[in-house]
Design a protein around this ligand. Structure first.
Ligand code: ADP
Ligand code: MG
Length: 404
């Protein structure tokens, strides 16, 4: 729907069948969604993930499909756990949709078969938490076949689970002739795919967060695509050390210094490092702090945020760019004295004319905290999945969908 996937050809990506292209009237459609929401004493906390699936569910309902909806929630490790039941999620979904959601508290078996058999056009039936069955994460072929037997068409709208080859994201899909991407999935593939295959330029990557080791592949992949890769956060210090500068007690991965040195020489002028930083005597919001040039740090102190000169320099690059892809906070944004770098850059990204894509669990939280999420072009819902995608890896849950 709406998205031009022409760019995906020629770069290893294939255009996938989209949910809007399906003939669904009177057909049973299995919809894999990501309802992995926080529950607080049996009540849904943040309902964002449920809201985000509504366009796909509404489209299918309006077109007269019979919906079998499924998700995982938390880590029950293959056993039923009352506190991880999808029952409260079903209730919230029902109030958001303004229509009943059928639920029998089972994933498979006679009660599911009976309920599915009775569905009429526009009905929505929610399965119990898929991870209550060990077959889900094990991608067990029999479990996958059982799930597939509930429907005639498959739709995946759970981008956040697409990097896992589980029964509901991969195993069951081969039982369907038609397997389509939902609207949310299509949106993710559109924006992230654009960044990797036909980015508007100048293209600036903004990369931070705690560790280099979490993101080596993202660094390498982005380095080959961007015009500038600006590094901040804890991971910057392994690079700072690789340049032979002191880092005090900042987060440095000793065993990654050599790698950082290689990346510095590969990346050359593309790679930007902080010029200054906010250092603290302790890892604590009430610690004594100073703003110093990078490479200057009192013994035993640690760098916990980028400084104002770095914000200005990175900000200038962002203002000149046409595309910004951001993963990883620039500092310990969870603590007020070290949030400035992340918040200021979030504001600059939001105000710029660039297309902006933010991915990663903490990065999305940081952009929310800065109050600018609605001015970011695309906030990726898939933490791990968006990172793997940006690292250039193929996502099993996407690969298996029908090519358009
Ligand atoms: P994302 O979830 O967006 O991929 P990460 O998980 O890689 O991001 O990193 C987020 C974490 O990095 C945050 O908890 C933040 O406090 C931490 N962090 C950022 N800068 C520093 C720093 N200078 N020192 C230590 N931790 C940092
Ligand atoms: Mg994180």
């Amino acid at each position: 729907m709406g998205y031009n996937h022409a760019f995906v050809a020629g770069n290893g990506f294939m255009k996938k069948l989209g949910v809007a292209d399906l003939e669904v009237k009177g057909r049973r459609v299995f919809v894999r969604v990501d309802f992995n929401v926080p529950l607080e004493s049996g009540v849904v906390g943040d309902e964002t993930r449920i809201r985000e699936t509504l366009p796909t569910l509404r489209l299918l309902i309006e077109r007269g499909a019979k919906l079998v909806v499924a998700s995982h929630l938390g880590r029950p490790k293959g056993k039923p756990m009352a506190e991880l039941s999808l029952a409260p999620v079903g209730e919230r979904l029902s109030s958001l949709l303004g229509r009943p959601v059928k639920f029998v508290g089972e994933i498979a078996g006679p009660s599911v078969d009976e309920a599915v058999g009775k569905l009429v056009e526009g009905d929505l039936f929610l399965l119990e938490n898929l991870r209550f069955d060990p077959g889900e994460e094990a991608n067990d072929p029999l479990f996958a076949k059982k799930l597939a037997s509930t429907a005639e068409i498959y739709v995946n709208d759970a981008f956040g689970a697409a990097h896992r080859a589980h029964a509901s994201t991969e195993g069951m899909v081969k039982h369907f002739r038609l397997a389509a991407a939902g609207l949310l999935m299509e949106k993710e593939l559109h924006y992230l795919g654009m960044a990797l295959s036909s980015p508007p330029r100048p293209f600036v990557g903004l990369l931070g967060g705690a560790k280099v080791s979490d993101k080596i592949d993202v660094v390498r992949s982005l380095l080959s695509k961007v015009d500038r890769l600006l590094i901040g956060g804890g991971m910057a210090y392994t690079f700072v050390r690789a340049k032979g500068l002191p880092t005090g007690k900042s987060l440095v991965e000793e065993d990654k210094i050599e790698l950082a040195r290689e990346l510095l020489s590969e990346g050359g002028a593309k790679l930007g490092l902080p010029q200054d930083h906010v250092v603290a005597s302790r890892f604590d919001a009430s610690a004594e702090t100073r703003t110093l040039p990078i490479g200057e740090i009192p013994d035993g102190w640690m760098g916990l945020d980028i400084g104002p000169a770095t914000v200005a320099a990175y900000g200038e690059q962002i203002r000149k760019s046409k595309l910004v892809v951001w993963n990883g906070p620039m500092g310990v944004f969870e603590m007020e004295p070290f949030a400035n770098g992340t918040v200021k850059l979030a504001e600059i990204v939001a105000e710029s004319d660039a297309t902006s894509i933010v991915g990663g669990g903490d990065s999305v939280a940081a952009v929310g905290r800065a109050g600018v999420a609605d001015r970011i072009t695309h906030v990726s819902t898939g933490g791990g999945a968006s990172l793997e995608f940006l690292a250039g890896e193929k996502l099993p849950g996407v690969e298996v969908l029908t090519d358009a």
